[in-house]
Design a binder for this molecule. Structure first.
Ligand code: PNS
Length: 165
């Protein structure tokens, strides 16, 4: 059984993430989307919300499950018998850091990192940019699933009413 992890923060999940997960699901027997739940960083959505949005987004993929992880990604992989990590590469600028992480992860556990080139229509897409553009009223409805867009709009309105954005 060939298993892979698709790790990330997913705050929130974008259409670019779903594209990579879907393509990984055709390359591996099982794919586990690994949602980093490290509490030290401030997120727009809680770990539970991010996991739930990913589960909803990945419902169409039969061999994809979603789980949270805290601590090292390699520990998560070892505990589940996962020997491959799939990462999307948007541009050359992603490569240096991703290569460093891939090599560090390979030094920690028996895991290979597989880089999948992001589809051109998503090459500019990042959760951080989606949040920034949405915060200032830009239209991001084509960049995230419809229900994520609704939750993003609602969460930003909440934060705005609290004077928090
Ligand atoms: O979506 P992101 O923020 O690019 O995801 C980064 C993530 C969560 C994949 C990465 O930070 C990670 O693997 N964190 C877990 C901690 C860890 O294993 N660190 C060592 C990396 S070499």
């Amino acid at each position: 059984m060939r298993r892979a992890a698709c790790p990330g923060t997913f705050d929130p999940v974008t259409n670019g993430h779903i594209d990579i997960v879907g393509r990984a699901s055709t390359l591996f027997d099982e794919v586990v989307v690994a949602v980093g739940v490290n509490k030290s960083k401030r997120r727009l959505f809680s770990a539970e919300e991010r996991i739930e949005m990913l589960r909803e987004s990945c419902r169409g993929f039969d061999n994809v499950t979603v789980d949270g992880f805290d601590g090292l990604l390699t520990t998560f992989c070892e505990e589940r018998g996962i020997h491959a990590i799939v990462k999307g590469l948007r541009a050359a600028s992603d490569f240096d850091y991703e290569l460093q992480m891939a090599q560090m992860n390979a030094s920690l556990a028996e895991v290979e990192t597989v880089f999948v080139p992001t589809s051109p229509e998503y090459s500019f897409l990042a959760s951080s940019l989606v949040k920034e553009v949405a915060t200032f009223g830009g239209d991001v409805s084509g960049l995230v699933p419809g229900f994520v867009h609704e939750r993003l709009t609602a969460r930003l309105a909440e934060r705005r009413s609290q004077g928090d954005v």
